[in-house]
Design a protein around this ligand. Structure first.
Ligand SMILES: *[C@@H]1O[C@H](CO)[C@@H](O)[C@H](O)[C@H]1NC(C)=O
Ligand SMILES: *[C@@H]1O[C@H](CO)[C@@H](O)[C@H](O)[C@H]1NC(C)=O
Ligand SMILES: *[C@@H]1O[C@H](CO)[C@@H](O)[C@H](O)[C@H]1NC(C)=O
Ligand SMILES: *[C@@H]1O[C@H](CO)[C@@H](O)[C@H](O)[C@H]1NC(C)=O
Ligand SMILES: *[C@@H]1O[C@H](CO)[C@@H](O)[C@H](O)[C@H]1NC(C)=O
Ligand SMILES: *[C@@H]1O[C@H](CO)[C@@H](O)[C@H](O)[C@H]1NC(C)=O
Ligand SMILES: *[C@@H]1O[C@H](CO)[C@@H](O)[C@H](O)[C@H]1NC(C)=O
Ligand SMILES: *[C@@H]1O[C@H](CO)[C@@H](O)[C@H](O)[C@H]1NC(C)=O
Ligand SMILES: *[C@@H]1O[C@H](CO)[C@@H](O)[C@H](O)[C@H]1NC(C)=O
Ligand SMILES: *[C@@H]1O[C@H](CO)[C@@H](O)[C@H](O)[C@H]1NC(C)=O
Ligand SMILES: *[C@@H]1O[C@H](CO)[C@@H](O)[C@H](O)[C@H]1NC(C)=O
Ligand SMILES: *[C@@H]1O[C@H](CO)[C@@H](O)[C@H](O)[C@H]1NC(C)=O
Length: 689
């Protein structure tokens, strides 16, 4: 009783997280109300709702016509998946490399009122498990698979193949010791279809499962063949220490025998539409249940398709479980014979048997680090789309927004993640920093808040990062800035709440200088300054007379006026309070900044110590306007706000323009080189004015 309470508490606790209970079991009744759970009266197993295991699908009760008193509660409802080609359950908190037994259960019961039996596919992770062909509305169907978990999670996926809506009634996971079923390894699994796991002998049509089988395998009754006898024992049948199938005593205590000298039967994949698998795996279990007299001999051969499996005449041991197993080539039918040897005085017996399909693991799943990060991102941000199952594999079901590379014989890696306009809200979680094969990351047009984390700068292959149009604030981490400056990263951070290079001294929010404020304040100021500039230029033109051919042609003036004017306040915001100095000219320091559209700019500010005055400033502006025509460094705008003078240039970290001024080298110049050339030119020109 106490144990039950403990188990219940564990289940209620784990229900929240979608994890195994204290036995390592996951027992889901698909289709029951969210967060509900109950204890199965016969197995005492606690079934939980699929909350936390699946993010898609809907619940429905089966039609009352198909409710029978003997029907387990699990079959009374289903979860069905009308949308998407692939819908998956995620079984988590497992141990990578460990062996698991997974069972999926289906009872159609005309839940959709369509009276149309669906056919769909079942996948274990990226690998095909089996087709689910519902043969009758009132038939319970289940399938088992024994697998090695490649990671600390397993995905069970239902795939719609255009032959009806996939649904599921129950899903179980049980841990198995790694030494059990040695035929199962990382490259091979065993699939049990049509409940081909039999308990022979007197079973009263009772299915044996947990707790009699600690691994909760379901042992069904084999249709008794008329001339077979049934024998049984009440003593415990023990397992050898070296036993690799761990057949339960309750199963071994019953056996089939005959009055004659041989047991013959045949076995084949039951469903006639069933594809013949390339190979099958059989296990036959034997134990002597009768205290055989010293003068009696039970001795026989185990013959499968005329091939004798035992190397010498076989005598089962009294109350010890023994087994003969083997992988056989795929055929439509097998004949199995247990034939008494000439010295035998007792007929052969058979206690139990299992028949599996051998299923190779061919599809390599996504790198588990990448997959875990994506699963966590999916969960954190509640992304729906088709974000279920393995992120990259199979290719046909890869998650929307992902680009994967599929290196031969290696796990798939995520090289690009584009979640632009996915409605993500919250901070940029560390999971993004775990996607360490990423080259492109587009997080633009979401509602991401908080600061830009510096782990993004540690992604070794990242060459493109778009954080624009979010709600981010604070500094751009140094590692990102450096990569952006040396041209190894294309970084976009425009249109955010308040991005700056050093937190405490951030300028005002873009939102404040947007919209109405912009119209009400900035436009009049621009207009007034424009008038002053025109007046100033006209005045200077008059004073300088002849000199004008050199620098101040009317085209240059109009070109200058076409450039945008920035207020000092705007520049403070754009450059995050002039926090990131990227160069120095005679005129003053040059700072990195970002415009609203995400473009990076260089802002050259006249220093207080500069000997240059307003005239020189304008000369440089005009000169650079001309240089702009020569395609060197583009001037975007200027600032002439009280005594603050500044020029705003386009900033291209990775340039490949020619050195027009020097005309000497054909090697592409870095942005820094081009800027310096432009600044030098402007300097020379300014002094000539
Ligand atoms: C289910 O339980 C989880 C965890 O306790 C909770 O967050 C969630 O809101 C619950 N859902 C419903 C529908 O009660
Ligand atoms: C299924 O039936 C139960 C009562 O047996 C009811 O509480 C539940 O709401 C039903 N679920 C659906 C999805 O109709
Ligand atoms: C499903 O099984 C039925 C027989 O039960 C068979 O006639 C049908 O062809 C099968 N469908 C598929 C798609 O395998
Ligand atoms: C799995 O077992 C098969 C058959 O015994 C063997 O051929 C294969 O190499 C094994 N794979 C691994 C990864 O051990
Ligand atoms: C086998 O022999 C036993 C005893 O000799 C008898 O009780 C039983 O009915 C026989 N079974 C069949 C199937 O003939
Ligand atoms: C049988 O094989 C065909 C072709 O490989 C496949 O399309 C079909 O789904 C398979 N059927 C079953 C029951 O596995
Ligand atoms: C087994 O051997 C017998 C006799 O040699 C033969 O008639 C029968 O076809 C064989 N069966 C198989 C499945 O090979
Ligand atoms: C049968 O018994 C005899 C005498 O005990 C023995 O010589 C012979 O090898 C046995 N045959 C087999 C197949 O065990
Ligand atoms: C990301 O997706 C959006 C919309 O689908 C698209 O406009 C954008 O160019 C993509 N970003 C990248 C880096 O490919
Ligand atoms: C973004 O988040 C804020 C606050 O959390 C919310 O008010 C706003 O509606 C969200 N915007 C979008 C587009 O989701
Ligand atoms: C660019 O800067 C990053 C960060 O400082 C550095 O790791 C990288 O080696 C630099 N690359 C080049 C080509 O300078
Ligand atoms: C930001 O400010 C801190 C001290 O407040 C300083 O140590 C750091 O160098 C500054 N970083 C930049 C990029 O200016």
């Amino acid at each position: 009783m106490d144990l039950c309470v403990v188990i219940l508490l564990f289940c209620v606790f784990h229900l929240i997280h979608g994890q195994p209970d204290d036995l390592g079991f996951i027992s889901i009744d698909c289709g029951i109300p969210v967060n509900s759970s109950y204890q199965d009266p016969s197995s005492k197993i606690i079934y939980v709702s699929d909350y936390g295991y699946v993010t898609s699908g809907e619940n429905r009760n089966i039609s009352s016509v198909y409710i029978r008193p003997s029907l387990a509660k699990r079959n009374l409802n289903v979860r069905f998946f009308q949308h998407g080609a692939r819908n998956c359950y995620a079984l988590r908190s497992l141990v990578a490399g460990n062996k698991y037994f997974v069972r999926a259960l289906f009872y159609y019961g005309n839940y959709d009122g369509l009276d149309k039996l669906p056919v769909f596919d079942l996948y274990m992770g990226a690998n095909y498990w089996h087709e689910v062909n519902i043969s009758a509305a009132g038939a319970v169907k289940w399938m088992d698979i024994i697998v090695v978990a490649p990671a600390d999670y397993l995905h069970v996926c239902l795939v719609n193949k255009g032959m009806g809506t996939p649904f599921i009634s129950g899903l179980d996971l049980r841990p198995l010791r790694i030494t059990l079923y040695p035929e199962v390894n990382a490259s091979q699994s065993l699939v049990l279809i049509s409940s081909n796991r039999f308990n022979l002998g007197p079973t009263d049509n009772r299915i044996i499962r947990y707790p009699l089988d600690p691994h909760d395998r379901l042992w069904s009754t084999y249709d008794t063949i008329p001339n077979w006898n049934e024998i049984s024992a009440t003593s415990v049948v023990q397992n050898y220490v070296t036993d690799v199938y761990d057949v339960p005593s309750a199963v071994m205590q019953n056996a089939a025998s005959v009055n004659g000298s041989r047991i013959d039967f045949s076995w084949g994949p039951v469903d006639p539409s069933e594809n013949i698998s390339s190979s099958y795996f059989f296990v036959f279990y034997f134990s002597e249940l009768q205290n055989v007299q010293s003068n009696a001999v039970r001795q026989f051969d185990i013959i499968v398709n005329n091939k004798t499996w035992n190397t010498q005449p076989y005598t089962p041991r009294f109350l010890f479980a023994d087994s003969f197993s083997g992988i056989v080539q795929g055929l439509a039918s097998y004949s199995v014979s247990l034939v008494a040897t000439e010295n035998a005085t007792l007929p052969p017996i058979l206690n139990a048997m299992e028949m599996y399909l051998v299923e190779p693991i061919t599809e390599i799943a996504t790198d588990s680090g990448d997959a875990r990060a994506m699963m966590s991102i999916q969960e954190n941000f509640g992304v729906e789309k088709n974000w279920m199952g393995d992120p990259c594999a199979p290719k046909a079901f890869a998650w929307i927004g992902l680009t994967c590379s599929y290196p031969p014989a290696h796990a798939a890696r995520i090289t690009a993640l584009n979640v632009s306009s996915f409605g993500l809200a919250g901070t940029i979680s560390t999971d993004f920093g775990d996607l360490n094969a990423l080259q492109y990351l587009d997080l633009s047009n979401n509602n991401l808040s908080g600061t830009i984390p510096n782990f993004l700068g540690r992604l070794p292959f990242l060459i493109f990062l778009d954080l624009s149009s979010n709600d981010l604030h604070g500094t751009i981490p140094d590692n990102l800035l450096q990569k952006s400056q040396n041209g190894t990263l294309s970084l976009r951070v425009g249109n955010n709440a308040n991005i700056c290079a050093n937190g405490t001294a951030c300028g005002s929010s873009r939102k404040k200088i947007n919209g109405a404020l912009l119209a009400a304040i900035v436009i009049p100021i621009v207009a007034v300054i424009a008038i002053f500039v025109v007046l100033f230029l006209l005045l200077r033109q008059k004073l300088k007379g002849k000199d004008k051919r050199k620098t101040t042609g009317p085209e240059d003036e109009s070109a200058l006026l076409e450039n945008r004017e920035f207020s000092y306040r705007e520049l403070k915001y754009i450059t995050s309070n002039f926090s990131q100095e990227i160069g120095k000219g005679g005129f003053g320091a040059v700072f990195l900044g970002y415009l609203k559209n995400g473009n990076s700019v260089a802002v050259k500010v006249r220093s207080d110590s500069s000997s240059q005055g307003g005239k020189e400033f304008l000369a440089e502006a005009q000169h650079l306007t001309r240089i702009h025509h020569k395609n060197l460094v583009s001037l975007i705008g200027y600032c002439k706000d009280k005594n603050h003078l500044a020029l705003v240039y386009e900033y291209m970290p990775k340039g490949n323009l020619q050195d027009h001024l020097r005309g000497s080298t054909s090697k592409p110049l870095t942005w820094e080189q081009r800027l310096h050339i432009a600044l030098d030119a402007a300097q020379v020109s300014a002094h000539r004015v």
